[in-house]
Design a protein around this ligand. Sequence first.
Ligand code: HEM
Ligand code: HEM
Length: 171
Amino acid sequence: MTETIARYPKALVVIHWVTAAAVLGAWATAEGGREVVQNPPLLHFTLGIAVLALVLPRLVLRLMGGGAQPDHRSRALTVVAEAAHGLLYGLLIALPITGWYVASQMGVQVQLLGLHLPALTAPIQGRPGAIAEFHESAGSIILLLAGLHALAALWHQFVLRDGTLRRMSLR
Ligand code: HEM
Ligand code: HEM
């Protein structure tokens, strides 16, 4: 049975799906090591910075009360879902900032549609260290987490049939 459910505001729905596509695109266009210095992956930078730019309006929409009502059927699962969403938000902020920082460490200028962004730190000699490793691992972790999150949404939609997907749809 499909219940009447609270939906996310349309602006947040658009941001959710554009962000999901940008994260996937950033992951698919990622390069590592020397290739980044010789031939900077500008599409990777642009998609990643777009993710960062969309987080702020998204958080404002949430703080203005734009979140849908949580499912109170299981308190434990609500906590898990909220923790996963919190972690996804953390990665949506940490990934682009660490990527930008690492590019600066490598002496690579970050360009966004022809616009030059300032360096976040001075260039260093040799390989960038722990922050680069964090960025690379977090880039895969966000994809894994988003995949589990999508499976959970599909489980709600097609097994529990509670209309969860409609909360994040425009129609
Ligand atoms: C990188 C990809 C993704 C990220 C970072 C992401 C992130 C999020 C976050 C943070 C929320 C909480 C609401 C908000 O503040 O926007 C959310 C909700 C939601 N997401 Fe995703 N998502 C991704 C991909 C997907 C995919 C592929 C699906 C569907 C198959 C999906 C379905 C949903 C649904 C249905 C909700 C509403 C859940 C509810 O509160 O009932 N998401 N997502
Ligand atoms: C959601 C956004 C992002 C995701 C999912 C992501 C993902 C990744 C992944 C998986 C790698 C490793 C590639 C490999 O080693 O083959 C990588 C590397 C890199 N990314 Fe990102 N990234 C994002 C945003 C950004 C942004 C915004 C920038 C810069 C403005 C950036 C700059 C870099 C740099 C410089 C490297 C190379 C690091 C090294 O070789 O040590 N990334 N990214």
